[in-house]
Design a protein around this ligand. Structure first.
Ligand code: SF4
Ligand code: SF4
Length: 405
């Protein structure tokens, strides 16, 4: 990578949305890794598999453009060829390695609703069309491989009722500016800002059945629901691609929990076991894991495509128990039972950004944008019977408020 895409360490820590903190200490002990080539050598080449019916082969763990430049550079050296949210390279241009060999990489653009956020905004095909053209010019990528509807649909009916995004995609495809269509899908059941909002699994199944989209991204990790696991298996059988997001459910807080780690199996770590599990023990096409350090890139991505050992399998069991006890799985089941209308899942999602992804700045910004924050909780307990994990929701909200205020 040339100097154009390198920025000083101080600068990247200050500016990167996914701020990558170099040198926090090795998860496996020993000196932290701060050299990009050393990191890439330790990870090695990441294997690839088919993404979807397009026949494209992508690395079993993909990369995200909001990683710090050092992590992107190491990922490219390790053969990561699918880059999520590549529109984020708008300010400095895409990495020169990708620009010089454009056809060797798949670069995705995530397109948001306009005139509001993912709950209150609208899908507007004309705005989507203009956004893609603007980001093409600013990134220098010439075309985006995948045009992704970010956050997805609010309910099944909206898939048919609002074709704006699909029309924008068709138009851009005719101009040779995009090649494939995908979506990421959140859950909107119980969300008071989204009347008629539905759970993501029903929406994903409807999208799969309609057959227009080629692959989908969604929050998924160890211990997820039977319904979502069934969708992942069905998608695989139909050649529909699946990418797991928000995979590190509590993984960093586990690593920082001395009591938990004192019983953790020797020879593995939470992030490493997670990478092995995601890439060899599920029906997913691929996944992305959020990182907080170059050292963590090595610890995590070195597990890509490698079978679970006994220690990793035991680790995943322990991690599932921990996550069920401590980490909100963002199912939204509690939300419609809160008379205060608190966006419980959003608040606890931001808590995950701060605690598990090391991205407290983004978490605080998003939290500040909420019109009802966690200190509005009346501790009435009405939500408690509806959390399938039995989380102590009022206490978690109070902790989140302290962390994010
Ligand atoms: S305890 Fe708090 S979050 Fe739960 S229903 Fe009552 S006000 Fe809402
Ligand atoms: S607190 Fe429980 S019920 Fe509410 S979104 Fe999280 S996991 Fe689901």
């Amino acid at each position: 990578m040339d100097s154009k895409n390198r920025i000083g360490r101080r600068e990247f820590i200050a500016t990167s949305a996914g701020a990558l903190v170099v040198g926090l200490g090795s998860a496996r002990g020993g000196a932290p890794i701060t050299n990009i080539h050393e990191a890439a050598d330790k990870v090695g080449q990441i294997p690839r598999r088919h993404l979807d019916r397009s026949g494209r082969k992508v690395s079993v763990l993909i990369g995200a453009a909001d990683w710090a430049p050092e992590a992107v550079e190491a990922g490219i050296l390790c053969g990561i060829n699918y880059w999520h949210k590549s529109q984020k390279w708008a300010d400095g241009g895409a990495p020169s390695t990708i620009l010089k060999n454009r056809e060797a990489y798949y670069c995705e653009i995530a397109v948001d609703r306009v005139n509001g956020n993912h709950e209150t905004g609208v899908i507007d095909g004309e705005a989507d069309y203009r956004f893609v053209k603007d980001r093409l010019e600013r990134t220098g990528l010439r075309y985006f491989d995948d045009m992704l509807l970010h956050f997805g649909y609010h309910n099944v009916a909206e898939i048919k009722e609002n074709r704006g995004f699909i029309r924008a995609y068709d138009r851009l495809k005719k101009e040779g500016l995009v090649r494939h269509m995908a979506l990421s899908q959140h859950s909107y059941n119980g969300n008071i800002k989204v009347p008629g909002g539905e759970d993501r699994v029903g929406i994903l199944n409807a999208v799969l059945e309609e057959g227009l989209y080629e692959h989908a991204q969604f929050a998924y990790t160890f211990g997820d629901t039977e319904a979502l696991n069934n969708f992942v298996s069905l998608a695989k059988s139909k050649g529909f691609g699946t990418t797991a997001m928000k995979t590190a459910a509590g993984t960093s807080r586990m690593q920082a929990d001395g009591n938990f780690m004192s019983k953790f199996p020797a020879g593995t770590t939470p992030h490493h076991a997670l990478a092995r599990w995601l890439t060899t023990s599920t029906d997913l096409s691929t996944a992305v894991i959020q990182l907080t350090s170059l050292d963590q890139f090595v610890d995590t991505y070195s597990g890509a495509g490698k079978q679970l050992r006994a220690a990793d399998a035991r680790a995943i069991e322990m991690m599932t128990e921990y996550a069920n006890r401590e980490v909100c799985r963002l199912c939204n089941d509690c939300m419609s039972h809160c008379s205060e209308g608190l966006a419980i899942a959003d608040i606890l999602r931001y808590e995950r950004y701060a605690t598990d992804y090391g991205d407290r700045e983004r978490a605080r910004r998003l939290y500040a944008e909420l019109d009802r924050r966690a200190d509005g909780c009346q501790v009435c307990g009405d939500c408690l019977p509806h959390c399938p994990q039995g989380l102590k929701i009022p206490a978690k909200l109070a902790d989140a408020h302290r962390l994010l205020s």
